[in-house]
Design a protein around this ligand. Structure first.
Ligand code: NAP
Length: 254
């Protein structure tokens, strides 16, 4: 039995939809106060409404994680409202496709600004409250793409997701003395709003490539993150958990 997160505060970037909204729901159910961060004001408000209707305390912060001033404000607003931050889920990310011949300099700059710089800025801005917590937790949402696998059209994305892990390991060493753990969750293919537009054949092909025969749910990712945020995971740092239904295990379909 894990100790609930009652009274602790989780700041979740990229919580206006997708995996981040799933993280917010699960952390709230576990007793945490939740700060919901993203740029889309209407989507963030809808997430916060849903969380409050579920009976929890939630705060909306409209911020762009690639902008240092926004990130500092996101932390200040969360601390002002809840008195501290115990858990940072650095989850905000983008994944536009671009094949190499067409990939522009701004494509590369944008994806690194959000996925890598945004992660680093968020961790840096949370250092004081995480250290004050005495059991600070950082959980980065990386991916199997980059650290484990490669996908044509997403080489820049894979580079950012691998870069996040380099950061996780260095930060884990640097912050261990302050009682802060830094770990990453590596999702496989997760059933978010993104799949709503996809042709059914694409979804079926993806499901067929996963040994468990289904896409992951946002709750699958959130429960792994919740474990890493728990009191009981306090001796785990600088590590990764793949949550992919066995997708990366398959040697060959032949
Ligand atoms: P999503 O549904 O598109 O949600 C992305 C979230 O990130 C949104 O809340 C978005 O909010 C936020 N975001 C994007 N750019 C931002 C910025 N500059 N500042 C603040 N927030 C920003 O994507 P998702 O699938 O949930 O992905 C979440 C994370 O999981 C990403 O890091 C992604 O790389 C990773 N991941 C996803 C999958 C998957 O299958 N879905 C697999 C592996 C890894 P706003 O638009 O409101 O800003």
């Amino acid at each position: 039995m894990f100790t609930p997160l009652t009274g602790r505060t989780a700041l979740i970037t990229g919580a206006t939809k997708g995996i981040g909204r799933g993280l917010a729901r699960v952390f709230l159910e576990a007793g945490a106060h939740v700060a919901v961060v993203g740029r889309d004001e209407a989507a963030g408000a809808a997430t916060v409404d849903e969380l409050r209707r579920a009976g929890g305390e939630a705060l909306q912060v409209v911020a762009d994680v690639s902008v240092a001033a926004d990130v500092e404000r996101m932390v200040a607003e969360t601390v002002r409202r809840f008195g501290g931050i115990d858990v940072l889920c650095a989850n905000a990310g983008i994944f536009p496709s671009a094949r190499l011949p067409e990939m522009t300099e701004s494509d590369i700059d944008e994806i690194f600004a959000v996925n890598v710089k945004g992660t680093m800025l968020a961790v840096r801005a949370c250092l004081t409250p995480l250290a004050a917590s005495g059991r600070g937790r950082v959980i980065v949402t990386s991916s199997i793409t980059g650290p484990i696998t490669g996908v044509g059209g997403w080489s820049h994305y894979g580079a950012t997701k691998a870069a996040q892990l380099g950061f996780v390991r260095g930060a884990a060493v640097e912050l261990a003395g302050q009682g802060i753990t830094v770990n990453a969750v590596l999702p496989g293919n997760i059933d978010t709003e993104d799949w709503d537009q996809a042709p059914p054949e694409r979804r079926q092909a993806m499901e067929a490539s996963i040994p468990q025969g289904r896409l992951g749910t946002v709750a699958d990712i959130a429960h792994a993150a919740l474990f890493l945020a728990s009191e009981e995971a306090g001796y785990i740092t600088g590590q990764t958990i793949i949550v992919d239904g066995g997708q990366v295990l398959v040697e060959s379909s032949a």
